[in-house]
Design a binder for this molecule. Structure first.
Ligand code: ADP
Ligand code: MG
Length: 576
């Protein structure tokens, strides 16, 4: 308990204040890292938090700090904390809060705000904005604390809302006046709450387990889909046991890659279209039937009738896109344990006909890809560059992998195998650009492991200034920018012949590596897979902040990577 040891002359009592109560409440609940950007009214708060032993990491933009907090939540199952100033800083952080909520990551955005009395009368205060009202629809819960004695309860509510049930983003509004409010230190200490069992186990109903096992038993061609909810749950051993006891092929969603190794004999990652089409029973574990799974219907899923079993902590998720014949509601650890229990020792494994067909398809696809990954072309194509990075991750399975871009994302996801849970962090449910540097920083800080970021040149640009942050904290981050001179490709031309380049084109021959050098980090220009390999290995060995400008053929990419079909088409424009 940190108290302000000033003396109240009338009563001679020890006093504390809002600043110190917030710090004490965070520490009491094990929230020891803050990602943020200083400014009015939270500058001194950041200083005091650092002085009290909280790690305070200052970013160059709130959005990157917010993304860092969101992924810290995913990696640790504790809410990641982002701290911003009022109005514009709050709005910059809000994108990340909405992102955390959409991705089911626990996060708390704490923003300072201006004078309530003036804001509510709309009298034009400094950075005036009704932040609470604006945050509400974009997060799981939003709270404002007006009195110092409510700080403990306010933070407890925020923590519970963020991590219990389906995790998500929480907004905590702290008006400037609150920080300076003074109260008796002893009463202040008593007002704090250490949250007990913030995310209680949610045990599934026995009936739901029996129903799911009956459906599974009837399957001829079963499939398990593992989502990032399963990775988040940290029930790694139970999930592995379920997959192996059942003998069912599994398909990992992007961030679930590595929950079981991509090289596991039952992994159907390289036979994705086949298993989606041909399976008859699909068990979803912490994965939603959203756009990333074509909503569970249509061409990708083939014509054969399908039955879905879904394990999720959120009851409302069931039947969101198609009928779920066996909903299992609960936390993944408890649900998977109950399923395993019900399966017992004599469970009949998935038929060899089915698993053999899946393995055959997978091995064919892997063999088809292999030679492409070994080329040493200069400038590089995606396969040559990613072939090298694939080997590096195989040799360093503990490294964290951050990935964003269009082609750079889609191809890296398919090519780079993962071996351990929660090592791959990427654009997530929205497929957003801009998470890159925030994710790198949080991954390094929260795991202490080296980080490799595979970044499209456009994606990198959204948070590129944070390379200074990476250098400032001397983090073991190696960023590889796949530089193909533009968005999707660098080859578009302006059809009018006017002076502006096409909207998707960047400066040709740019040298992102020099940005890193500007802040004392290592910058390397790599023009071939051999050069790339050498530079990345050096960076991973040294742990020095490094940026490698990987020169990719500007003609190598395709429009929007694998999701070009989502672009609306004009009937008037001639097809290219
Ligand atoms: P992916 O994009 O990998 O398919 P999604 O984000 O779509 O993953 O789905 C994750 C799902 O996991 C969400 O529906 C969420 O409610 C669920 N989830 C998150 N944590 C848990 C947990 N501890 N137990 C059960 N379900 C969880
Ligand atoms: Mg590009």
């Amino acid at each position: 308990m940190s108290a302000v040891h000033s003396i109240d002359t009338s009563t001679e009592q020890d006093l504390t204040d809002g600043f110190h109560l917030i710090i004490d409440a965070l520490k009491l609940n094990g929230l020891n890292t803050i990602y943020g950007v200083p400014g009015i009214p939270i500058t001194d708060f950041g200083r005091m938090a650092q002085a009290e032993g909280i790690r305070v990491l200052s970013f160059r933009h709130e959005q990157a700090a917010g993304y860092a907090a969101s992924i810290a939540g995913y990696l640790t199952k504790k809410p990641g904390v982002c701290l911003t100033v009022s109005a514009p800083g709050f709005l910059n952080g809000l994108t990340a809060l909405a992102h955390a909520t959409t991705n089911c990551f626990p996060m708390i955005l704490i923003s300072g705000s201006s004078e309530r009395e003036i804001v509510d009368l709309q009298q034009g205060d400094y950075e005036e904005m009704d932040q609470l009202a604006i945050a509400k629809p974009l997060c799981k819960a939003a709270f404002r604390v007006l009195h110092a004695q409510d700080i403990g309860i306010g933070l407890a509510r925020a923590i519970r809302a963020a991590v219990s049930g389906r995790p998500g983003g929480v907004y905590l509004d702290l008006p400037a006046k609150l920080f300076g409010q003074v109260m008796n230190a002893e009463a202040g200490k008593k007002s704090l709450v250490k949250v007990i069992d913030a995310a209680p186990a949610q045990i599934p109903a026995p009936d739901s387990i029996k129903r799911a096992l009956d459906v599974l038993k009837s399957a001829k061609k079963p499939l398990i889909i593992l989502g990032k909810g399963a990775a988040y749950a940290q029930a790694d051993e139970a999930v592995k046991a379920l997959v192996e006891t059942s003998g069912i092929p599994f398909l990992p969603m992007s961030m679930a890659k590595g929950l079981l190794p991509d090289t596991h004999p039952q992994c159907a990652g390289a036979a994705r279209s086949t298993v989606l089409k041909d399976s008859d029973v699909v068990m979803l574990i912490g994965a939603r039937l959203n756009w990333l799974l074509s909503h569970g219907k249509g061409k990708a899923w083939g014509d054969a009738p399908k039955k879905f079993i879904q394990i999720d902590i959120e009851p409302k998720e069931m039947d969101s896109n198609v009928e779920i014949v066996a909903p299992v509601v609960g936390d993944i650890g408890s649900c998977v344990a109950a399923l395993l229990d019900g399966m017992g020792k004599s469970w009949t494994k998935a038929s060899a006909d089915w698993t053999g067909a899946v393995t055959k398809k997978r091995d064919e696809n892997v063999a088809k890809m292999a030679p492409k990954l070994m080329n040493n072309n200069s400038p590089m194509d995606y396969h040559g560059a990613l072939g090298v990075l694939r080997t590096i991750i195989a040799e360093r399975p503990d490294a964290m992998l951050v990935n964003e871009g269009a082609n750079t994302l889609d191809l890296a996801r398919g090519i780079v195998d993962m071996y351990k849970p929660r090592k791959r962090i990427d654009v997530g449910t929205w497929g957003i650009m801009g998470i890159g540097m925030g994710y790198c920083i949080a991954a390094a800080v929260e795991t202490g492991k080296p980080v490799l970021a595979i970044e499209g040149d456009s994606a990198f640009g959204f948070s590129g200034m944070e390379v200074e942050t990476i250098c400032r904290y001397n983090l073991p981050v190696c960023i590889v920018v796949f530089n193909n001179d533009g968005i999707y490709r660098g080859t578009d031309v302006n059809p009018t012949g006017g002076p502006d380049v096409a909207p998707t084109v960047f400066v040709k021959g740019s040298r992102y590596d020099m940005m890193m050098q500007a802040f004392g980090g290592v910058g390397v220009n790599a023009t071939s897979p051999d050069e790339l390999k050498r530079a990345v290995n050096e960076a991973m060995d040294s742990g020095k902040p490094t940026l490698i400008n990987a020169v990719i053929d500007p003609a190598a990419g395709s429009e929007s990577g694998r999701i070009g079909n989502l672009n609306p088409q004009s009937v008037l424009s001639k097809k290219k």
